[in-house]
Write a protein that binds this ligand. Structure first.
Ligand code: ADP
Ligand code: MG
Length: 560
């Protein structure tokens, strides 16, 4: 048995893999399982072209065997195996990916299922193991070999015994150190957890013998350990299933399983795109906001999978802020991942997906708005503010997406209406979309300024959220109709000749009084005038400037 050294660069790289590439140790299992799945895939591809080989899906599986006594965790697969040479090349040279080469050699353009590409994942095992033993027999060889390494100082290869084709990887789990415990990687529950998290949708069964304490038959208080073989992974992800096979309940169960929220989702969106960037997505529009939604703690994002393997738990790039309430996942074969698989190399693909998803969410919301107004209002109750912030931020550049999703309370309809509904109802001569601001609908309704507009038979939108007027100012207009605060000076409602005359007369009559008032009020007002705009109120304040009185109040109350 000869000891071989890793190549110099490999040593450095190995050190990096163990110490710095991955942010979480647990991903070692994801990497080994991915390799096992690749190895089975390779056998499958081989069977496609080799008539002597048949591929019987049931014979192919991955098995995990933790053993606390020997402190080992073994990952066994029934895949294609490795020859001695392949062991040297693929396990002896770090950053050499046999899988990458396999794809190239076999010209598998559609070999997107094969996960491996960088040739470093295997070494993640050294994050948790002090020694790794690989026993493998290739489909092309009568002999089996054993590869063994304790880390950067090198490895050995020697002949070994193995009946079946495939690979067995034995991890000798590290002893606990003062502050670090590795025991968790020998615990059944923990292994199940890691598999569920990262490898739930590997297409082959990942099995484990699970020990359960059960009441012994024929006895009342004697227990015995019963071992059953369990398949840990779901295998077929729900998003790969045909939409027609799935019920609303399936989607709701998945929502809960994934802990996206405690509520019942309002709607789900299932997308499968076979375009420039291929991806599947399941998105949910929740009905109620999580308790921390409008705080800094809330993190938006979708889960990101590459080929069924979890890459990122929350990818914020996939959602614009104004749709930050959307939950769900995206799975794509076309992502260019970086070496740790924790990040993407470039986000071109993500950008395309984001744009696409954005469109679909908007469509879905519009659909709910049209077809199920009541549900939409419930949604709006929770997330309307966020949509309005969306209009306000970035100087209204999202207005095309968002303006049709907004609702405001109407003086006429006595309920929430859309801008489109408002404009549709406008009498021909009406110039503006009128709005009045107040803490509540009642208060806005009682403003002296609303009277004149209502008398004219025009509808008023009541703004009760602080953000409302700011957002509307960003929109500026809707369908070529400008917005107008009822408390602004020029309402675009012309007084008739008689009224003008009366106003003039009143101004003359009370000239001294107005002068006096102006003196008393000083800088607080620019002018005091007689007005025909009042009926049941004696005085009204109007703003002639760029911002309304209400906006001024909000701005003044903001911390500097
Ligand atoms: P990658 O998966 O990115 O290619 P890894 O470091 O994870 O890189 O694995 C290196 C290579 O070792 C693989 O490409 C493959 O050729 C080989 N290999 C690893 N695990 C197995 C296995 N279980 N069965 C067969 N070959 C394997
Ligand atoms: Mg790999």
């Amino acid at each position: 048995m000869e000891k071989r050294e890793f190549q110099a660069e490999s040593k450095k790289l190995l050190d990096m893999v163990i110490n710095s590439i991955y942010s979480q140790r647990e991903v070692f299992l994801r990497e080994l399982i991915s390799n096992a799945s690749d190895a089975i895939d390779k056998l499958y591809y081989r069977a496609l072209t080799d008539d002597n080989l048949t591929f019987n899906k049931d014979d192919y599986y991955i098995k995990l065997t933790p053993n606390k006594d020997t402190r080992t965790l073994t990952v066994t697969d029934t895949g294609i195996g490795m020859t001695k040479e392949e062991m040297e090349n693929n396990l002896g040279i770090i950053a050499k990916s046999g899988s990458h080469q396999f794809k190239k050699e076999n010209e598998i353009k559609d070999g997107h299922d094969i996960i491996g590409q960088f040739g470093v994942g295997f070494y993640a095992a050294f994050m948790v193991a002090e020694k790794v033993t690989v026993i493998s027999r290739s489909i092309d060889s009568e002999e089996a070999y054993k590869w063994e390494s304790t880390g950067p100082d090198g490895y050995t290869i020697e002949p070994a015994e193995k009946e079946e084709v495939g690979t067995e990887i034995i991890l000798y789990i590290k002893e606990n150190e003062e502050e670090e415990s590795y025991d968790e990687f020998l615990e059944e529950y923990r292994i199940r957890q890691i598999v569920k998290k990262y490898s739930d949708f590997i297409r082959y069964p990942i099995k484990m013998d699970v020990t359960e304490s059960k009441l012994k038959e024929g006895t009342e208080d004697e227990y015995e350990d019963v071992i059953t073989e369990e398949t840990l992974n779901t295998m077929i992800p729900i998003w790969k299933k045909n939409k027609s096979e799935l019920t609303d309940e399936d989607y709701e169960n998945f929502y809960r399983e994934k802990h996206y929220g405690f509520d019942k989702p309002l709607k789900h969106i299932h997308i499968s795109v076979d375009g420039a960037v291929r991806y599947d997505a399941i998105l949910y529009i929740p009905e109620s906001a999580p308790y921390n939604y409008y705080t800094k703690e809330y993190e938006k994002g979708l889960e990101l999978y590459s080929n069924g393997v979890l890459i990122m738990e929350k990818s914020p790039e996939l959602l614009p802020d104004y749709f930050s309430f959307v939950k769900g996942l995206v799975d794509s074969e076309d992502l260019s991942l970086n070496i740790s698989r924790e990040m993407l190399q470039h986000d071109r693909q993500l950008k395309i997906i984001e744009k696409n998803i954005n469109k679909r969410i908007k469509q879905q919301l519009k659909q709910i708005l049209t077809n199920d107004r009541e549900a939409y209002e419930r949604f709006y109750q929770s997330f309307g503010q966020q949509l309005k912030y969306g209009v306000y931020s970035d100087f209204g550049q999202h207005k095309e997406v968002l303006q049709d999703l907004l609702l405001f309370y109407s003086s006429k309809e006595k309920k929430l209406v859309t801008l489109d509904e408002y404009v549709e109802r406008m009498p021909e001569e009406q110039k503006y979309i009128y709005y009045a601001q107040g803490d509540t609908v009642e208060r806005a309704d009682k403003l002296p300024q609303t009277e004149l507009v209502k008398d004219k038979g025009y509808e008023i939108l009541y703004f009760t959220d602080e953000i409302d007027e700011f957002a509307i100012r960003m929109l500026m207009s809707y369908k070529d109709k400008e917005f107008k605060n009822v408390s602004s000076g020029d309402l675009g409602i012309e007084p008739d000749e008689k009224e003008k005359e009366e106003e003039k007369e009143a101004a003359k009559e009370h000239e001294d009084l107005f002068k006096k008032m102006k003196e008393v009020l000083g800088d607080k007002v620019t002018d005091v005038r007689a007005s025909k705009r009042l009926k049941s109120h004696p005085v009204v304040l109007t703003a002639d400037g760029e911002i309304s009185i209400e906006m001024e109040k909000i701005i003044n109350s903001m911390p500097d």
